[in-house]
Design a protein around this ligand. Structure first.
Ligand code: FES
Ligand code: FES
Length: 210
């Protein structure tokens, strides 16, 4: 959850901005990449002021205007402001991958990304992988391979596989393991998840879900 704004302002004054902090702890993430080095100047300006700002986010192909505080994570804005609760929050510190989304087609931990840093980028959430009323190929493959137990990690796993297949449409098993290594499953459904990734690759090649 967002923390007290007064404390946040103090941190900024002391040179310990949330973005700087996230950048330092995000270095260990295997799959997700940090936007901190490529954040547009406007994001940096908004973050420095500590004041609320109106952003235009591009989410699942639609432009959405949202009023955000600079310290709010993208995960928080997706869930609590826009109601896109398919994106889950587990650890909220870049360790579990439950919050994985695609930003400009690349996997990203949305808990480690400030909403202001995502302005103007193409954000894809688990909801955006639907094909109309039907499941997309990766979602369908997870269903057919029974690739979940409690299901909490599943949206993040599916988005991670989607990101993998966009950059490597026919990964081998080692590449699949590496591709989803930033996503933890406390239920241990990994074998089924790997099978689902292989099936999703085949389904995509055939042009969609079966
Ligand atoms: S909630 Fe983002 S990595 Fe765990
Ligand atoms: S299915 Fe329960 S955490 Fe992965």
């Amino acid at each position: 959850m967002p923390k007290d704004p007064e404390n946040n302002k103090k941190e900024v004054k002391q040179g310990l901005s949330r973005r700087g902090f996230l950048g330092s702890v995000g270095a260990g993430a295997v799959v997700a990449v940090s936007l901190k080095d490529t954040a547009p100047a406007r994001a940096q300006e908004i973050e420095a002021t500590g004041e609320t700002a109106t952003l235009q986010l591009i989410i699942n192909g639609s432009k959405r205007k949202v009023l955000v505080e600079p310290r709010w994570s993208l995960a928080y804005v997706l869930r609590e402001v826009l109601g896109l609760t398919g994106t889950k929050i587990g650890c909220e510190r870049g360790e579990c991958g439950a919050c994985t989304v695609l930003i400009d087609g690349k996997t990203q931990y949305s808990c480690m990304t400030l909403a202001v840093e995502a302005e103007g980028r193409e954000i894809t959430t688990i909801e955006g992988l639907m094909q109309g009323d039907k499941l997309g190929p990766v979602q369908q493959a997870f269903l057919e391979e029974d690739a979940f137990q409690c299901g909490f990690c599943t949206p993040g796993q599916i988005v991670a596989v989607e990101g993998l297949l966009r950059r490597n449409p026919e990964p081998n098993i080692d590449q699949i393991r590496t591709g989803v290594s930033g996503n933890l499953c406390r239920c241990g459904a990994y074998k089924h998840i790997f099978n689902a990734a292989e099936k999703a690759s085949r389904l995509k090649k055939q042009g969609g879900a079966s």
